[in-house]
Design a protein around this ligand. Structure first.
Ligand code: SF4
Length: 124
């Protein structure tokens, strides 16, 4: 069991008043994250079209407010494509849909126009 799984399992049920806050928090989380297998090689950082990846305290990290899973730029996740240990992984319990991700790309890159036929791994 991963540490993240343990955290989810041991978390107490939310009280009704906490639901709105928890929902808002989850909206800022993304499906792609870098796991503890990261060897700090730095290969992924320059590949991210959103400059969402940076060196963290212990391993590289992805800023959830900037990650679009490469929707709008590639039909694959560029970080995972170059990672030698393939540790840029989607979390199946934290999926974001394509419309959310392309909306984020459009918000981040206001100077860029994305056609309706934008690249996306969801279209593969
Ligand atoms: Fe870590 Fe993979 Fe990025 Fe290298 S490419 S820094 S191993 S996440």
């Amino acid at each position: 069991m991963t540490p993240a799984t343990k955290r989810r399992v041991s978390k107490p049920p939310l009280e009704l008043g906490e639901l709105e806050h928890e929902s808002a928090h989850q909206e800022t989380r993304m499906a792609t994250h870098i796991t503890e297998e990261c060897i700090n090689c730095g290969a992924c950082e320059p590949e991210c079209p959103n400059e969402a990846i940076s060196e963290g305290d212990e391993i590289y990290v992805i800023d959830p407010k900037l990650c679009t899973e490469c929707v709008g730029f590639h039909d694959y996740e560029a970080c995972q494509a170059v990672c030698p240990v393939e540790c840029c992984l989607p979390d199946p319990e934290l999926r974001e849909d394509e419309s959310t991700l392309i909306a984020r790309a459009r918000e981040i890159h206001k100077d860029k126009s994305f056609s309706d036929d934008f690249p996306s791994r969801f279209k593969k």
